[in-house]
Unconditional design. Structure first.
Length: 233
């Protein structure tokens, strides 16, 4: 199996080789350092994805009676219009929801109307989080949404008056989000455990930990790949 760290390092080495006209020698230590950096960076990404997957699995059963959400509110102004926009990420009824709700005023006095309607009443902008009881009938009256299986979405615009209202969201089942985020780090972790177990096993049988060659006749160095055996403390 080709490891991502080796593949990226090989591409980096090839690019470096071509950049010097095909005649340069790449320092072996630089290649090792590059592979270690890439491997560490990829493991950092895998760790973050695994944390997200575990967090979604924790929120999954909770979402059936409690709605948790993270909301960002902002104002978008231009010469001809002004809009108040909500974006939020929530967990409800077995789904992860990414939603947007926008109220837009048109005309030269749009900013003034926005301030009079919301900001003058102490409306808070920026990030906020909250929790409330989940709507048990949510999925029943959202049965007409577009999409397939565990992925559904809705987008609508009400433009019959000023202000204009835009409303839309996409929802993905918790199990699918956990599967997408957790598959790669879980497989990588399983392969890592398998490789280390194999190395310990071949070391106990007197074989090379790198290629598996029998080292009983040459215990100081592997004649097949040139690797040095690990020195036991």
């Amino acid at each position: 199996m080709i490891r991502p760290a080796r593949l990226i390092a090989a591409f980096y080495h090839r690019s470096s080789f071509l950049s010097v006209g095909g005649g340069g020698n790449i320092d072996a230590r630089e290649g090792v350092a590059m592979r270690r950096f890439i491997r560490g960076f990829l493991w950092l990404i895998k760790g973050m994805l695994l944390v997200i997957a575990l967090g979604v699995l924790v929120l999954w059963p909770r979402s059936y009676w409690q709605k948790d959400r993270l909301v960002h509110q902002r104002i978008v102004e231009s010469r001809a219009s002004a809009a108040l926009e909500w974006r939020w990420l929530s967990s409800e009824r077995g789904y992860i929801w990414a939603s947007i709700y926008c109220i837009e005023w048109a005309g030269p006095l749009a900013a003034d109307e926005l301030h009079q309607s919301y900001l003058s009443k102490g409306f808070n902008l920026g990030w906020s989080k909250g929790s409330q009881d989940a709507d048990r009938e949510m999925l029943r009256y959202r049965g007409g949404d577009m999409g397939w299986g565990p992925v559904r979405w809705k987008m609508q615009t009400v433009a019959t008056s000023n202000p204009k209202v835009k409303d839309g969201d996409i929802r993905i089942s918790d199990w699918l989000v956990a599967l997408i985020c957790g598959a790669w780090p879980s497989v990588s972790l399983a392969l890592l455990i398998r490789r280390r177990a194999r190395r310990r096993r071949v070391a106990l049988t007197g074989c090379c930990a790198k290629c598996g060659y029998d080292l009983r006749a040459s215990p100081d160095r592997c004649p097949e790949c040139g690797a040095l055996p690990e020195v036991k403390a």
